[in-house]
Design a protein around this ligand. Structure first.
Ligand SMILES: NC(=O)c1ccc[n+]([C@@H]2O[C@H](COP(=O)([O-])OP(=O)(O)OC[C@H]3O[C@@H](n4cnc5c(N)ncnc54)[C@H](O)[C@@H]3O)[C@@H](O)[C@H]2O)c1
Length: 381
């Protein structure tokens, strides 16, 4: 497969997620990092870009300069990743899609459903790929879980329970820390904090593994640390499109939890459970039988789980590799487009703007429900 040209917006020096994208996009040599607008500070953005090896004319001071600079180049970037703060995703994604670029946008795709709807429409009209980085869907054992659920190995799915509960905002004495304070300020974070930041990963995981959408929900939000306007803990009860019962717990005050993303799926004839902090194992309990531990790399796994794995069983494979799997899938999709081939979703999958929009629809309805005494509300897709 041809190597594509890649650009990054955000992800500057010291950012949380920039390095992960740079390593993951390069992992399988599908993308070459040639352009970037890496920082909100123009000078920092240029300096850091050049230190990372970008040519001086492609180490841009802003995303607007990058768009202008790239769009008329014969060797322009094929894919741009947007790893800036949430409130900027809509404007940047829209501008790049409209100007002919494929986009990989960090979650959340946008701040509102209306914006997400626009992005879905623009991607459809332009034919450009708009992926959303639900990177945890790239883990081989999550792909295996999805295969087992959707091929009927657990029977009809009764219940899905997922969590994304960490404890890193537990210290009340830290409430005024500027790195934390904005997350609970509606003017800067929007209408939701921990659900929009972390809970949506666990909800996306539930929809990805079951292949069902969330059709209605009831939410309970709590601000456990005094003075916080937005929720630092949330519980959502929901129902899925094929009747599966769903539960989500997300929290920032779950002291002792480090990362805390887990999923459990309970069917009529079997159950599975997976935890992001031990990503190489999937626990499978067939009805009336002992629990089995499925290990990444075992020959009996499904083809997609095996091909998502790069190193032999028993060695740790993790976060960077999972993101790399999404980049690999996007590269295959771009390649198919260049060759005029149709994309078979059983072979090429990655979360798209449609999934990104579904998440925002869920968050919007959850906010309304939480404000109205946990009233059950329909989620329109
Ligand atoms: N998918 C995941 O697992 C995952 C994990 C962490 C973060 N994220 C998402 O990634 C995004 C970035 O998060 P982070 O934790 O790295 O943030 P961060 O605050 O650590 O870094 C943000 C970076 O973007 C730069 N920036 C800000 N505005 C910019 C602009 N207009 N143009 C160019 N650069 C700009 C900043 O200078 C900084 O370098 C967020 O949307 C977050 O939700 C996703």
């Amino acid at each position: 497969m041809k190597q594509f040209k890649w650009g990054l917006i955000g992800g500057g020096e010291g950012s949380q997620i920039g390095l992960t994208h740079r390593v993951a996009s390069a992992h399988d040599r599908h993308f070459d990092f040639v352009a970037g607008a890496l920082d909100i500070d123009a000078n920092q953005a240029k300096q850091y870009g050049m230190r990372l090896g970008l040519d001086h004319d492609r180490a841009y001071g802003s995303w607007q300069d990058m768009l202008e600079g790239e769009k008329n180049r014969a060797d322009k970037i094929d894919l741009v990743t947007i790893a800036t703060p949430n409130s900027t995703h809509f404007e940047i994604t829209k501008a790049f899609l409209e100007n002919g670029f494929h986009v990989m946008c960090e979650k959340p795709l946008t701040m509102t459903s209306e914006q997400a709807k626009q992005i879905v429409e623009i991607a459809k009209e332009t034919g450009n790929i708009c992926a959303v980085n639900y990177g945890y869907t790239g883990y081989p054992m999550v792909i295996q879980a999805r295969h087992m659920v959707q091929s009927g190995q657990l029977g009809k799915i009764r219940l899905v329970v997922s969590e994304f509960a960490h404890g890193h905002h537990s210290d009340a004495a830290d409430a005024d820390n500027p790195r934390l304070r904005w997350r609970y300020d509606p003017k800067l974070a929007g209408d939701s904090s921990i659900l929009m930041d972390c809970g949506i990963h666990a909800l996306n995981m539930a929809t990805f593994v079951t292949g069902q959408e969330i059709s209605k929900l009831s939410a309970d939000f709590a601000s456990c640390v005094e003075g916080r306007e937005l929720e630092d803990d949330a519980m959502i009860n929901y129902r899925m499109s094929k009747g599966t019962v769903g539960r989500l717990w997300t929290s920032a005050i779950a002291l002792g939890h480090q990362h805390g993303l887990t999923i459990k799926v309970f069917g009529e004839s079997g159950a599975i459970r997976w935890a992001q902090e031990q990503p190489n194992q999937l626990y499978f309990t067939p009805l009336n039988q002992p629990t089995q531990i499925l290990e990444r790399g075992m020959a009996s796994l499904c083809e997609n789980a095996l091909s998502a794995s790069r190193i032999t069983a028993g060695h740790s494979e993790g976060f960077l590799d999972a993101f790399a799997n999404l980049y690999s899938q996007i590269a295959r999709a771009i390649s198919h487009q260049h060759e005029g081939q149709k994309i078979d979703p059983s072979e090429i999958w990655f979360p798209t703007a449609v999934d990104g929009k579904h998440s925002i629809d869920i968050v919007e309805q959850a906010v309304k429900s939480a404000r109205n005494g946990s009233q059950w509300l329909v989620v329109n897709s």
